[in-house]
Design a protein around this ligand. Structure first.
Ligand code: XBP
Ligand code: MG
Length: 268
């Protein structure tokens, strides 16, 4: 019985967010692709770096376009079906985004490849839990990691596969259900407030690597907030929590954090 309880608490899986976590995709990737789609459609919409930072409050590209229309009241063509118009615009944005990824323009963030390879060597299960469109995930994995990298992940839970996007917990509860995992057997790796609300509402221990758009976000209930996962020659900046004497995140750090989280849960 004791073995079962210990097994239940051991770290079994890493659940990775994509945008902002695997790679810094928003400013020079998604934002650029949105603007190309707007230009192709003959719209005078142009999402600046600053405006896009505000629009990121809403996850999901289609939802973000609708939020822009409803709150910044840009000139919108006379259309019978606004949702259909937005969906068409978003499909072209996805085309431009995946074309951008094919150029290798968006690399992985520091430490991500090292963590993925270490997790695979040690038999940890890997999954993706993201708001972005599935095509975007496979394009990023293929072009920023390896043509076969999609097979590294047991599950790619993405986009419209769930009714409600982050900060709703749906994508994480879907991932746990599909993989037959309990939240306490996992670690979620996120970058944003919306992502952390989603993962912690699913009761999954979570660590955060911030980026320029999310550094000032709040991350209630997370184990650790860093500026990046780092590399042996690229020390991390710890914004919340503790990674001990280590200067970058490896699997030992993640396992230790996960154990501390398990003990804290047991004590509560
Ligand atoms: C980030 C998002 C996505 C992307 C744009 O997802 O909210 O909507 O900004 O991608 P996550 P789409 O951080 O959960 O990976 O246009 O395909 O939605
Ligand atoms: Mg993210």
């Amino acid at each position: 019985m004791q073995y079962e309880i210990e097994f239940m608490r051991e770290l079994q899986a890493l659940l990775f967010d994509v945008d902002g976590t695997l790679a810094d995709t928003e400013r020079d990737g998604h934002r650029v692709a949105f603007n190309r789609a707007f230009q192709e459609a003959g719209l005078d919409w142009d999402w600046s770096v600053a405006l896009y930072g505000k629009l990121l409050a809403i996850t999901g590209g289609k939802e973000r376009i609708r939020y822009f229309i409803d709150n910044w009241t840009p000139v919108v063509p006379e259309v019978n079906d606004l949702d259909g118009f937005i969906a068409g615009l978003h499909a072209r944005k996805t085309f431009f985004y995946t074309e951008l990824l094919k150029t290798g323009a968006i690399p992985l963030r520091p430490g991500v490849l090292r963590l993925l390879e270490q997790a695979r060597q040690q038999g940890l299960r890997l999954a993706i839990a993201t708001t972005t469109t599935p095509d975007n995930v496979t394009a990023l994995l293929r072009h920023a990691i390896h043509p076969d990298a999609v097979s590294w992940f047991e599950l790619i839970a993405a986009g419209d596969i769930v009714p409600a996007k982050k900060p709703a917990p749906d994508i994480y509860t879907y991932t746990l259900d599909e993989m037959g995992l309990a939240p306490e057997q996992c670690l979620a790796l996120e970058d944003s407030h919306n992502g952390v609300i989603a993962s912690t509402m699913a009761d999954i221990p979570t660590i955060v690597t911030v980026n320029d758009y999310t550094r000032e976000h709040s991350f209630p209930g997370v184990e650790l907030v860093l500026d990046q996962f780092g590399e042996p020659d690229q020390p991390v900046e710890v914004l919340h929590g503790d990674i001990g004497a280590q200067s970058y995140v490896d699997l030992d750090v993640l396992r230790r954090l996960h154990q501390q989280s398990s003990l804290a849960r047991k004590a509560s």
